[in-house]
Design a protein around this ligand. Structure first.
Ligand SMILES: [Ca+2]
Ligand SMILES: [Ca+2]
Length: 266
């Protein structure tokens, strides 16, 4: 009798453990990006982002920009950045919040994140107009998003003008710039330099008409906030198919144990 009851308890415990492991760390995280720059100042191309283990390092200050970050900085599409991220960390939750984000605009998107596995956040977005300017985190472990219980540790990330990067891959040129009526983003002159901070050079585009129709005026000052990412998190209650299978097998074990007990009693 004792043996039978303990197998029932074990089976019941297995159901509980499997379901709690499957659900405890899944979070729905809503990411909202906002362009804080003044009217007629900088815009941002696609924002590339990911929740990850902290191993994907897209660039380093003072070293030449790798093709991944160049794919963000020189046109905003970021295909190589996404591919490199996927290769470095296949279990990461990656995404894109798309299209040009004009001064004053906000955009939101939700992601299902395993908060226990993918605790860190990385982002990169081209600053437009420019030849090769972007924003993003140099250190892949700079933003730890979740504590051990899966609670959000960071509600907001703000970037100021002094945090704008020059990828050092393309020489400044109106004629070769993205997002300008008088620029052709397909043209480039290699710069052969390194990643560095630079926002002052953007003044060189003042007076140029942007692809969005406004006449550009940088007006940036070093400590001015230009971009913000806000985070809101809730527990994700939709079980994944794999956890449904595990729960079903746990219930099956429970059923077998109960039938065994009934057989012994009968
Ligand atoms: Ca780095
Ligand atoms: Ca440059």
């Amino acid at each position: 009798m004792h043996r039978v009851m303990s197998s029932v308890v074990r089976a019941a415990a297995a159901v509980c453990v499997v379901s709690s492991v499957a659900h405890a760390q899944l979070r729905t995280v809503t990411v909202t990006i906002t362009n804080l720059a003044a009217t007629n100042s900088i815009s941002f191309a696609d924002t590339h982002l990911g929740f990850h283990r902290g191993v994907f390092d897209a660039f380093n200050i003072g070293t030449p920009a790798a093709p991944g970050i160049v794919s963000v900085a020189e046109g905003g599409v970021g295909g190589q950045w996404q591919a490199d991220f996927a290769a470095a960390d296949p279990a990461a939750t990656r995404g894109v919040i798309g299209m040009a984000l004009l001064p004053g605009q906000s955009r939101s998107q939700s992601f299902i994140v395993n908060a226990g596995l993918n605790r860190f956040f990385t982002f990169a977005s081209m600053v437009i107009p420019s030849n090769d300017f972007f924003i993003g985190n140099d250190n892949p472990m700079q933003y730890r998003m979740f504590d051990d219980a899966g609670n959000l540790l960071i509600n907001s990330i703000t970037q100021s003008s002094r945090q704008i990067w020059d990828a050092g891959s393309e020489v400044f040129s109106v004629a070769n710039a993205a997002f300008l009526v008088n620029g052709n983003n397909d043209l480039r002159t290699p710069q052969n330099s390194v990643v560095s901070f630079n926002f002052a050079e953007l003044m060189g585009f003042n007076g140029e008409t942007t692809a969005a129709g406004y006449v550009f005026n940088s007006g940036l000052t070093a400590d001015q906030a230009i971009y913000r990412i806000d985070f809101a998190s809730s527990v994700n209650v939709v079980p994944e198919p794999s956890s449904m299978v595990l729960m079903a097998s746990g219930l099956l074990m429970l059923g077998v144990a109960i039938r065994r007990r009934q057989a012994q009693q009968g």
